[in-house]
Design a protein around this ligand. Structure first.
Ligand code: 5GP
Length: 216
């Protein structure tokens, strides 16, 4: 433990980043998100607020903050959201919480949001945002994964497939695109992106004093 604390103290100061993963549902984004959060304690999930009812096994405050329409309306009115959007007949939004201050302190955040939310976050805070789009290897594979999940009715799966096409059409708006043929390989690529983006010069706010001392 002591070693990791020392390491953190020695590390150069860095601005946190907003790491956005998008994909059509079923392309593996949730699995990749979970793997990333487990493997990398330096990144925290930005838990969204939604009016969608919880699926079996989903926990309030962990997967989403599940709220009713009136609460969501109030949050919109009070300007509590960074961004919000309609998805599959429900509303989803990113609460502002303490993200802005935490970014300054070097905290990274993971966002599992759709293309609409991604556009809004990019407009608000382009320099802190890194976007990754995960593509399924094929639409047939996507349908199979949605069916295997057995969480949704046939109608919901059909509408998700239709939305998948819409979501995929936004692939070119993303900084990085990874095809999820194999979940381990996809995860490894996503981690590489995150690691490289953390080293971006403009995020490493501690570099100026470091180099000054180096050259003194
Ligand atoms: P699901 O209902 O399957 O959990 O999510 C449906 C879609 O809503 C996914 O594409 C997910 O990325 C998106 N989503 C989840 N939270 C947010 C959010 O806070 N903002 C936006 N714009 N999309 C979200």
């Amino acid at each position: 433990m002591a070693e990791s604390t020392d390491k953190q103290e020695d590390a150069l100061a860095r601005r946190g980043l907003m790491f956005i993963l998008s994909s059509p549902s079923g392309a593996g984004k949730t699995t990749i998100s979970r793997m990333l959060l487990e493997a990398d304690p330096a990144i925290k999930l930005s838990v969204s607020v939604t009016t969608r009812p919880p699926r079996p096994g989903e926990k309030d405050g962990v997967d989403y903050y599940f709220v009713d329409d009136a609460t969501f309306d109030r949050m919109v009115e009070e300007d509590d959201f960074y961004e919000w959007a309609h998805v599959f007949g429900h509303r989803y939004g990113t609460p502002k919480g303490r993200i802005r201050n935490a970014l300054k302190e070097g905290q990274d955040f993971l966002f599992d949001i759709d293309w609409q939310g991604t556009q809004q976050l990019k407009q608000k805070d382009d320099q802190d945002v890194v976007t990754v789009f995960i593509l399924p290897p094929s639409l047939a594979e996507l349908r199979q994964r949605l069916e295997a999940r057995a969480q949704d009715s046939a109608e919901v799966i059909d509408s998700r497939m239709e939305r998948a096409r819409g979501e995929i059409s936004h692939w070119a708006e993303y900084d990085y695109v990874v095809i999820n043929d194999d979940v381990q390989a996809c995860f490894a690529k996503v981690r590489e992106v995150l690691d490289a983006e953390r080293m971006r010069r403009t995020r490493q706010t501690g570099l100026i004093p470091f180099v000054r001392e180096l050259m003194a």
